[in-house]
Structures are given as structure tokens and as C-alpha cells.
Design a protein around this ligand. Sequence first.
Ligand code: AMP
Length: 362
Amino acid sequence: MSGASFPLAPGAVIGILGGGQLGRMLAMAAARLGFDVAVLDPEPDAPAKRLAAHRLTGGYDDSFELSKLAAIADVITFEFENVPAQAIAILEGLGAPVAPCGRALAIAQDRLAEKTFLNEAGAPTVAFADVNGAADIVAALERLGRPLLLKSRRGGYDGKGQVWVELTGEAADAFAAIGAQPAIVESPADFRRELSVIAARGRDGEIALYPVAENHHEGGILRRTVAPAKVTAKTLAQAERIAATLLAALDYVGVIGIELFERDDGRLLVNEFAPRVHNSGHWTLDGCEVDQFEQHIRAVAGWPLGPTHAIARVEMTNLIGEEANDWARLAAEPETRVWLYGKDEARAGRKMGHVNRLSPLR
Ligand code: AMP
């Protein structure tokens, strides 16, 4: 670490906790701006490591590897939100600048803290209640109505650790089904569409928002994103207000992904936020002048943010499991950009790549 002063000059080293596809695409963007990256991941051959000047292998609680990372990197960021908050505390204790801040990560890791924070910040969510046992579910069914969606507070993603509860008699089994761990219950969002907004905040507090994207899930996993989504001026204004509120309340630096429910009356509710680049922002790689990955690198490095307007309409489709084996056919499609993550094992449900299908803006 060079006692970093911002903006970081080209040649500086960006540390990344996590070596998956998001880290890989961050590494590509960093290279484009003349930075090197140092990647820490438990997997020796993680996708981002193939592009990294410095490869560190160890758990995120490995204080020796964390101290090596702090010594090499001028700024440290993360590509997934299950990095233990303790790792960020260790890095900060070593004087390494970390962005986004550990507080944003800690809030996003706990659905109860997240929903509480969102409501306190003035960002609307569905009604929810704290659950520490079946009795809390029964009480919530009385108070909030039914059905309710039971979600573990921690560790759940892509719809994992979630179960609907309709009847009082189902409460005990539902709590057992999510592993009898601290949880929340939520009212149904009654949404007509799932939208997301990818936003960024620079070190100087400047904010940039990408056009709103429309997302389609299958089996709890993002399947398709269409962007820019057709939204009314009122919806856009709500999305902008929500993003600006969260970024300021978190004193955030970097890119954030905010998942939204659009209700029939046009009201937006926040489902959750990811303190990192986001799958529903992959369309920006080919649809915007400066994509979310470069934007994140710019923000954490203290550079000015880049333009976020769309230059094409994009339909992004995730390639899940064996779908990525179709690369030759996909690469032959006109106006289709293929992004593959370099993962060798195409396990079911694993995100192996994505395609961006481009068409002119209307
Ligand atoms: P999450 O893990 O919170 O991102 O939820 C995964 C998916 O489950 C979301 O993208 C929605 O499709 C659905 N979902 C989550 N929360 C709710 C809710 N309160 N009501 C209805 N559907 C939900």
C-alpha cells in the first residue's frame, strides 16, 4: 500500500475480495484504466484470478492473507456480500482504504437490519417482522395477514432460504425448513414487475444512475434483464429518489444495485440492495458508454464518474449451467455479445456467462 491518495494514478493496485465473475469483470475494467488487481479468494483458480497481477488464496477470515492484501493494494473493494464484516474491520484496522464501507456491507448481509435501515432512510419496503421462532411467525400471520414469505436473515441469495407460510399450523415446519435460524417474514409485494436501478457515488459525493432495468427471474435466479425499461416519469423519479437517499445515507463510494418491486399503482418498494456491481447491471457492458464495472473502479479509485446513458437497448440473458456450452451458436448470432466467466464446471444453477443482445434505442 502506498499511503493512497485519491485519485489513484494508473499503476495503482485495486484489491478485490472475491474472485467470481463480478471480480473478473471488475479486473477487466481496472486493466483498461491502467490499474493492476490483487484478488483474494479461497479458490486457487477463481475466474478473476486468471486476470490478476496478484493472486491470494485463503479464506476471508485469514488474517495473514488479508494483511498481504492490505500491503499490496491501494484500495480494496469486494465483489460479493458474504465477506465477513470482520474481514473489512481487519483491513481497515491495517489502514487499508475499503470501499464501499463496511457499514453498507454489514447492513446488506442482514435482511432485518437492511429493511429497518431502508425504512428509516425513507425508502419504502413491504411490511416485515423479526422472527426468532415459530411463535413469531404465528404472531406475524395475525398482525400482517397471510401469506407471508419467511426468509433467513443471513446467507440467503437467489431465492434460497425462503418459504411461503399461509397457515398457523405451517409455522413450525417452515421455520425448520429454513434451518431454524434468525429470520424475517415479509408481506407479499404484489408486484407487476421487478425493476432494478444501478447507481454509483464517487468519493466527492457525485451520483450517477443508469437507466432502470426490468428483471425476470426463474426459480429464484435472475434469468433475463431488459434495459432501458419502459418506465413513467413518476417511476423514474421514485427510483432516483430512492437511489440518492440510500447512497447518501450510507456515505457510499462505488456501485450499488437496488432491487425494486413495481406495484400496480406505480409505487416502488425496495426489495434489497447489493453493495457491489450487480447481475442486473451486466447489460451496461454493451449498452452504456461506461459500464457498471468501470464505474465502480472509477468511484473507488476517486476518479470522476463516467456517463451512464444508454447507447443501445439490451436484453441480457444469463447462461446457467450447461447453457454456456452453446457458445458457438450464440457467438454466431448477429448483435449478440457473449460473456463467459471461465468456470470449468457447469453445475446446475451456476451462472457460467451471459449474453447481451443489442437493438437500437427506440
Ligand atoms: P430475494 O432473495 O429477497 O432477492 O428474493 C428473491 C426473489 O423472490 C425476488 O426477486 C422476488 O421475485 C421474490 N420475492 C422476494 N420477496 C418477495 C415478497 N415480499 N413478495 C413477493 N415476492 C418476493
